[in-house]
Design a protein around this ligand. Sequence first.
Ligand code: F6R
Length: 615
Amino acid sequence: MCGIVGYVGSQSALDVVMAGLKRLEYRGYDSAGVAVLADGGLAPAKRAGKLVNLEKELSERPLPTGTTGIGHTRWATHGGPTDANAHPHLDNAGRVAVVHNGIIENFAALRAELTGRGHGLASETDTEVVAHLLAEEFSSCADLAEAMRLVCRRLEGAFTLVAVHADEPDVVVGARRNSPLVVGIGEGEAFLASDVAAFIAHTREAVELGQDQVVELRRDGVTVTGFDGRPADVRAYHVDWDASAAQKDGYASFMLKEIAEQPKAVADTLLGRIDEAGSLTLDEVRIPAAELREIDKVVIVACGTAFHAGLIAKYAIEHWTRIPCEVELASEFRYRDPILDPRSLVIAISQSGETMDTLMALRHAREQGSRVLAICNTNGSTIPRESDAVLYTHAGPEVAVASTKAFLTQLVACYLVALYLGQVRGTKWGDEIRAVVRDLARISGAVDQVLGTMEPVRELARSLAGKDTVLFLGRHVGYPVALEGALKLKELAYMHAEGFAAGELKHGPIALIEQDVPVVVVVPSPRGRSLLHDKIVSNIQEIRARGARTIVIAEEGDATVEPYADHLIRIPATPTLLQPLVATVPLQVFACELATARGNEVDQPRNLAKSVTVE
Ligand code: F6R
């Protein structure tokens, strides 16, 4: 949440920062702002609303040219999305500018202290206090990095801060506690950003900052210390994707592009994890096999779409390993005092690796002595850094706020972990594992096949653009798929959409069915657990009898459903447990198209931001 960029070098800082903000706009779009050091002073500009508003402002009132600057795109927490609350925030003399991602929990006390000393604060934000505190500290030490360290020691909460001072014109200083911040190292230039996407067009050499660290950027290098001033160890890494991966490539939206990338993302996530004999080689799971054999409980923590991946993983983990598995919303986890011990394996699933709720859940688990395995898409992010081991999904950068390819790859990673546990603990025979691995290897092609048959789904979605409600039903692994279908539609089309376990319908939700309400039903394979299939066919008949318009997602060759489907969406046959990998795809396309038909911007749905770095 909130995107931050900082730059020092020889290019126009404004151009670099604005281009970076464009790449980070998915992190928040309530306001945007920049500040450039030029002509011995500080030149700021900021506007409420999307980045285009700031672009317009800058075209009407251009800033002087400078080679050091910072920028911010906001997801509002303290204070509404107004010009005054937009970042950067300045001190009273207009010499220091600061941008911030996170929440400063003790800001009210600091604000009272500052006003008591005669400072005038112009916004309702928690951030502004930092600009004033930095100005005070700088006036005595004349060193922005030192001033930042002193200020950070007084702050409580989660924060990433980036600041510049007019009296240190070739310096940008950043600080990190919990919220993400990455350094980019170029030739004679350096970058700071919430995400490498902001500077990938300039350099692929990055440095990951740790907790409670302050970084000072100059053209000729960077210096990293702890908040206590001691030099810090940092990890440098090479970003293994380039600028083209973060562009739309001719697609109308990132979401469409990312949906289309799913066959590759699924295949890439399997790559290198299966040896020639068909056994799993998950070297990244550095938890010793002896410990994995002692595990007596798996607990999955995640949020939103990643939580739905966890719900599906439970079926596979329990079926293949016979270890009890709980799945919990990360935001609820630590508050209910969960029962954990060193024999619990906690799996934290997160695309961004920065979701604060998930991070707090994993920290809680580690405090109880549990082992934590992260499933994550973002190299060097906080969740993998703080876990005992990480299995990276290789989806590539996901820019659209609504998660698509990350979800499918999270599922693949979960299946791999489940099989690996079965392999290590001997609950699955080698030939059984090889059979599932072969099925998984076929999924990429099956997803591709689904993508090739989506035109009728798009047409159907457009025809439903005027509806108020769409319901989703599923059983077994189809239930979390229904939840995911409903979440996608809610967040993109702003419609009432709900997912239900089909068997629960008659315990209440069936009252929602009235004439012509669209109900999407995910039907399990008839070849798998036929009882499951029979039951859902009965459920379809129950809702149809009450007037529902049934949209049935069923396997090719499943003729039983035909008489009860007003619209039939075919998916390739897959084993029951793997069906979510193909059944989710039409629901993503459906939500994307329906939202577009309603005139919504699918990459940046209202009120949302990718990477939710506040609790
Ligand atoms: C929905 C969506 C969110 C995220 C959730 C967790 O389309 O994208 O529900 O899945 O915010 O994010 P990560 O996976 O980054 O922890």
